[in-house]
Design a protein around this ligand. Sequence first.
Ligand code: PRP
Ligand code: URA
Length: 212
Amino acid sequence: MISTTASVKVAKHPLVQHLLTRLRDYQTPSSEFRDKARELGRYLIYEAMSELNTHPVGVETPVGPAKGIALSDYVILAPILRAGLVMAEAAQEIFPSSRVYHIGLKRDEKTLQAISYYAKLPEALPAESRVFVLDPMLATGGSAVAAISLFDQHKVRYIHLVSLVAAPEGLKKVHDQFPHVHITTAAIDEQLNEHGYIVPGLGDAGDRIFGT
Ligand code: PRP
Ligand code: URA
C-alpha cells in the first residue's frame, strides 16, 4: 500500500545509534568514517525497504514443499553525489537488481542553493517504481527537493528519502512540497547554523568520506 500522508521514521536501534555516534565524533578518521557511513546507510536502507511489495511463491526444500515470497518491485536508487555514493554501494548489496541513477548536486556555499551538474534519467520510468533517494545530510532540504522533483516529474508515486541525519528545516521543506514522500533517518537534530550545517550533525559528510 502506498501511503499518501507524510511518514518520518527515526531508527533507534542501538547499532544504528552507535554508528551515528562514531560518525559524529570529530576524531573519527576518514577511513573509519567511510566504512561506518556505509554500514549505517545499509541499516537505514534495510529499514526503509521494509514495505517493499512481495508476491507468494512456492519452493522445494530438500525435505519438501514450502511457501515463500518473491520481491515484486522495480527498485531505483538515486544517490546524491558525492556523499550519497557510499549509501548506494550498501543499498546495491542489499538489493542487487536495483537500478542506480546518480544525481549530481552541489550546494552553493554562499546561497545554500542546490546546483544541478548531473542527472541522466530515461524518458520514462515505470509508474510503479519505488525510488530511494539517498542523501546523507538533509540540511536545508534543497538537494533532496531537487532530486525528488526529478522523479516526481516522471510521475513516480512512491519516493523514499534516506538520510543519515536530518534537520527540522530540511524535513519541513521536503514535506511542504512533497507530503507523500517517506523519510527514514538515524536522527533529527536541533537546527542549522548560519552556514547551513546541521547542529550538532557530523560536519561535512562528503569531505569526511573522501578525506578532502
Ligand atoms: C551535502 C550533502 C547533501 C547536501 C545537503 O552535499 O551531501 O547532499 O549537502 O544540503 P542541503 O539539504 O542544504 O541541500 P555537498 O554540497 O557538501 O556535496 P558533496 O556531497 O559533493 O560534498
Ligand atoms: N552538508 C553536509 O555535509 N553537512 C551538513 O551539516 C550540511 C550539509
